[in-house]
Design a binder for this molecule. Structure first.
Ligand SMILES: Cc1ncc(COP(=O)(O)O)c(C=O)c1O
Length: 418
C-alpha cells in the first residue's frame, strides 16, 4: 500500500503502482514477488560499488556502535575529519588552486545551494554585491529553489516555479568560436554582477545526458579566470569515477573554486553531500567580523554514519580497480550500444566513462520504462534519452543483458515510431 506516500516526479493520480523492493545485492534489486532486476542506473547514480557492499555495511555497522549522530556545531568527529582530509587529497587541483575546505550537507541540491550562497557571500565579504550566476543550457543542478534557478528552464522539471525562480543567465557551452565569443561577451557585459559560473563537467546529466569535451571545460575555466568570476563544478553525478577519471575536472587539468559532491560519495548507502572550497574562497570568510561567517548549517550535516560509509567507499576506490572497470564498461557499451545508431529515430549514441546514452528523436523515452522491467532490467529513460549508468562492479554478462535490453526496447520503439 502506498496510499500515504508521495513519490517524486510522479503524477500520483494516474501512475501505475511502484514496484515493492525487499532487498538489493551487487547489481540486483529483489522485488517482493521474487523477481530480480539488474540495476542499470546504480539507483540514481549512487551505488558505484553495487548495492549493499559488505565493506560499506561493516563500516556503517561499526560506526553505529560508537556514534550514530551528533550535531556538527561546536562538535567535530573523526569520521568527518578523516573524510574531509581524504577528499581534499583526491580532489582536482591546478597551479592556482587546491580545494581545501569541506562543508558537509545531506543532498546534492543542498550542496549546490551551499555553493551558490558561498559564492554570493564571498563577493559580499570582499565588498562587492554579485547576485547572479551563469549556467548552461541543458544543465541540471537540483530541485531546491536556488538550484532550480541555475537549471535550464527548458528542462521541464520546474515549469510550475517559473514565476518564482531567480533570473539567471544561460549560455551555450563554449564549444566553438561562436559559442566561445558569446560566452565571453556575456561575461564582459555582466561580469561585475556574476558571482560564479556553474557547470556539470564533461556530462550534463538530468538535463539530457549531453557530453562535452575537456577543451570546452578548460575554456570555461580560462574565461572565469579572465573575468575574475568563480567557477562551481557540480560533480554530483560525474564525481567518483563515473566519467572515466576520479573527477571529471581532472580530464581537463582544471580545478574549480567550489566543487559539489554527493550521490556516489557514500557508494549509495546513506545521504551525504559536500561543497568544497579553495583556500582563497575560504579566506574571504575569515575575519574579525562576525557577519563574514557562513550562516548555513543543515541539522544532519556530516552525519557520522554517512561519513563512515563515504570513508569505506574511498577505501574501495583505493583497493579495487574501479577506473579500469569504468574503462571496460565504456568499451563494452560502445560496442554493444553502437548498433542502435542505425535505427530510424535514433539521433545519437554516445559514451563517456560508465555512462552510455541512446538519444531518440522524440522526448518520449519515459514511455519505454515498463518494457525494461519486463526484460528484468531497471532502466529509467527520460526526455529523449535511454541511458545506462551501471554499478562499476557489473560483470560482462550482466552488462550484456542491460545493453541487449536497451537495443531491443529501442528497436521496438523504432519500428513503431522511428
Ligand atoms: C548534477 C546534479 N546536481 C544536483 C543534483 C541534485 O541532487 P539531489 O537529488 O541529491 O538533491 C543532481 C541529481 O540528479 C545532479 O545530477
Amino acid at each position: 500500500m502506498i496510499d500515504t506516500l508521495w513519490l517524486p516526479y510522479t503524477q500520483m493520480a494516474t501512475a501505475s503502482p511502484p514496484l515493492q523492493v525487499v532487498s538489493a545485492e551487487g547489481v540486483r534489486i529483489t522485488l517482493a514477488d521474487g523477481r530480480q532486476l539488474i540495476d542499470g542506473i546504480s539507483s540514481w547514480w549512487t551505488a558505484c560499488h553495487g548495492h549493499n557492499h559488505p565493506h560499506l555495511r561493516a563500516a556503517v555497522a561499526a560506526q553505529l556502535e560508537k556514534l550514530p549522530h551528533v550535531m556538527f556545531s561546536g562538535f567535530v568527529h573523526e569520521p568527518a575529519q578523516t573524510l574531509a582530509r581524504r577528499l581534499t587529497a583526491l580532489l582536482p587541483r591546478d597551479e592556482q588552486r587546491t580545494l581545501e575546505r569541506v562543508f558537509f550537507s545531506e543532498s546534492g541540491s543542498v550542496a549546490v545551494e551551499v555553493a551558490l550562497k558561498i559564492a554570493i557571500q564571498y563577493w559580499r565579504n570582499r565588498g562587492q554585491e554579485r547576485h547572479r550566476f551563469i549556467a548552461f543550457h541543458d544543465g541540471y543542478h537540483g530541485d531546491t529553489l536556488g538550484a532550480l534557478s541555475v537549471t535550464d528552464p527548458g528542462c521541464g522539471f520546474h515549469d510550475a516555479f517559473s514565476a518564482y525562480r531567480q533570473p539567471q543567465f544561460f549560455a551555450d557551452l563554449p564549444r566553438d568560436a561562436a559559442t566561445r565569443d558569446a560566452f565571453d561577451a556575456m561575461l564582459t557585459a555582466h561580469g561585475g554582477e556574476i558571482a560564479a559560473v556553474i557547470v556539470e563537467p564533461r556530462v550534463q546529466g538530468a538535463g539530457g545526458m549531453r557530453c562535452h569535451d575537456a577543451a570546452t571545460l578548460a575554456e570555461i575555466r580560462a574565461s572565469c579566470d579572465r573575468h575574475d568570476v568563480l567557477l562551481i563544478a557540480d560533480e554530483i553525478m560525474t564525481g567518483f569515477g563515473r566519467t572515466g577519471t576520479l573527477f571529471a575536472c581532472e580530464s581537463a587539468g582544471i580545478a574549480p573554486d567550489l566543487i559539489c559532491l554527493s550521490k556516489a560519495l557514500t557508494g549509495g548507502t546513506l545521504p551525504l553531500a559536500a561543497t568544497v572550497a579553495t583556500d582563497r574562497v575560504f579566506a574571504a570568510f575569515c575575519s574579525a567580523r562576525a557577519e563574514d561567517a557562513f550562516m548555513h548549517g543543515p541539522t544532519y550535516m556530516a552525519n557520522p554514519l554517512a561519513c563512515a560509509a563515504a570513508n569505506a567507499s574511498l577505501d574501495l576506490f583505493e583497493r579495487e580497480p574501479r577506473l579500469a572497470q569504468v574503462a571496460a564498461i565504456e568499451a563494452q557499451m560502445r560496442q554493444e550500444l553502437e548498433p542502435c545508431r542505425a535505427l530510424p529515430g535514433v539521433v545519437d549514441v554516445r559514451m563517456q566513462g560508465a555512462i552510455g546514452v541512446v538519444q531518440l528523436a522524440t522526448a518520449t523515452a519515459a514511455q519505454l520504462r515498463p518494457a525494461f522491467v519486463e526484460r528484468g532490467v531497471w532502466v529509467r529513460p527520460f526526455g529523449d534519452s535511454v541511458y545506462l549508468m551501471p554499478p562499476f562492479i557489473i560483470e560482462r554478462d550482466d552488462l550484456a543483458t542491460l545493453t541487449a535490453g536497451v537495443c531491443e526496447v529501442v528497436a521496438d520503439w523504432s519500428r513503431q515510431h522511428g
